[in-house]
Write a new protein. Structure first.
Length: 242
């Protein structure tokens, strides 16, 4: 990488450069693999650059037309799958949101799903689909979602309602919730598959939560039993002393 390029990517103009690249990814058709590779490569073990890229993507996925999210989410998936010491932080930011040093808030996917579920249901659906695919590809992401099953349960139940509403009928095979300019969710075969996978993930999360509750109860029971045994032994010792 030339010194001029390094200055653009990592120097004072880094934010502007990354913003222009992310905008270009949305608008330019054709192969983008070399741009994706560059952004992922520069994000490796680089907290500042990683957050610069993530913040620009997060600003886009809350505001651009939902029909333009597909390419952004392809890039975001590659960044989420990047294995380095910063991977968990990137996952946390995308799932739960992020507040930077200037107190600027960036919405996470779970918040975007809830905020847009009425007025822009396709955006909510695409965020659910992204998280399902991410959890299937990344164990660390699934483990992190396990910690917040209630939030995920709301998203899955919302998608169930959308799929079962009486006025929605299965759309023809050419309809997509990713390509249309409409903001209204459409019942498609892909959406049915996403719901099935999201439900399976929720079941796994709830099972893990139930298992944790059982373990906690057992630990409390064992603790109480130990206290009772200690108390009984103390009484026996008092009797012996008498």
């Amino acid at each position: 990488m030339s010194s001029e390029m390094k200055q653009s990517v990592f120097g004072k103009e880094s934010v502007r450069y990354v913003r222009e690249v992310v905008l270009a990814i949305r608008e330019v058709s054709g192969t983008l693999s070399s741009i994706f590779d560059m952004l992922v490569y520069c994000s490796f073990c680089n907290a500042t650059f990683s957050m610069t890229v993530l913040k620009q993507i997060m600003l886009q996925y809350v505001s651009v037309p939902s029909s333009e999210l597909k390419t952004l989410f392809n890039l975001l998936m590659q960044l989420m799958l990047l294995t380095d010491p910063l991977q968990l932080k990137r996952l946390q930011c995308i799932i739960d949101g992020y507040v930077d040093e200037n107190q600027t808030s960036y919405e996470g996917m779970l918040a975007v799903i809830k905020i847009n579920h009425i007025n822009d249901s396709r955006r909510s659906y695409q965020c659910i689909k992204f998280l399902v695919n991410l959890a299937n590809k990344c164990t660390l992401a699934k483990d992190y979602l396990i910690q917040t099953p209630t939030k995920w349960q709301w998203a899955v139940n919302w998608l169930k309602r959308k799929m079962s509403e009486y006025y929605w009928t299965p759309s023809n095979v050419n309809t997509s919730n990713e390509d249309s300019d409409s903001k209204s969710f459409q019942r498609t075969i892909s959406a049915q598959d996403t719901l099935a996978e999201a439900t399976a993930l929720l079941t796994e999360l709830e099972a893990h939560e139930a298992e944790g509750s059982v373990m906690e109860i057992n630990n409390q029971t064992n603790g109480e039993s130990s206290e009772q045994e200690n108390g009984s032994q103390g009484k026996e010792e008092d009797v012996d002393d008498i």
